[in-house]
Ligand binder design. Sequence first.
Ligand SMILES: *Cc1c(COP(=O)(O)O)cnc(C)c1O
Length: 231
Amino acid sequence: MNNMTDNLENIKNQIAAHCQKVNRSIDEIVLVAVSKTMPTSSIEAVAKLGIYEFGENKVQEIKDKYPVLDPKLNWHMIGHLQTNKVKYIIDKVTLIHSVDSLKLAKEINRQALKHESIMPILIQVNVADETTKFGIKPSETEKMIREIAKLPHIKIEGLMTIAPYVVDSEENRPIFRKLKEISVDIDNKNIDNVDMRILSMGMSGDFGIAIEEGATMIRVGTGIFGNRNVK
Ligand SMILES: *Cc1c(COP(=O)(O)O)cnc(C)c1O
């Protein structure tokens, strides 16, 4: 019936195995369950298993799911965010993973100010350099971070990347390694209001490799919920 229990068990075992391989503690890894397209009943089932971090890539889905689910759940915006939609999620999300422009950051700052809050964000870096994906170029990351760091209602907490879909997850290792390198470089600059404690990288097919390369947050959808019915 409910194989999400087995799925989650399996993911946790894999997390533990990859952590062990590189001498990391499982406590260093935050598992974000990517619930996009999934019904609230499935999210409730996963929450019952002790997972409270959920990732969505559409503003509309966060708007729909947030009010009907347990307020203790934490929502992560992991998809491309349009500036004009920030206002709908600013008071609902824990972390925005996908900040890739100064314009977007300024709007997040403006909305957070309205709510007298400080919004934690990650900078999305396009390490794989695929033309179809969003994100800042590695070479422009530091400059962008220095600008965004000046905004008082934003707190930069790290970096995020989306690696391409590959059959052999080893192929994505250089991408994860590169994101880690960029984060270490930026951390060494000691920029005010910038923390590099979060590295959001790795999905169902490649989170093990991402963990070996330093991920502190992995985003797992199908590995927990099963296949999505794509419309
Ligand atoms: C859908 C999605 C994921 C999860 O993908 P799975 O392969 O289902 O684990 C992770 N990150 C982002 C940004 C996504 O859009």
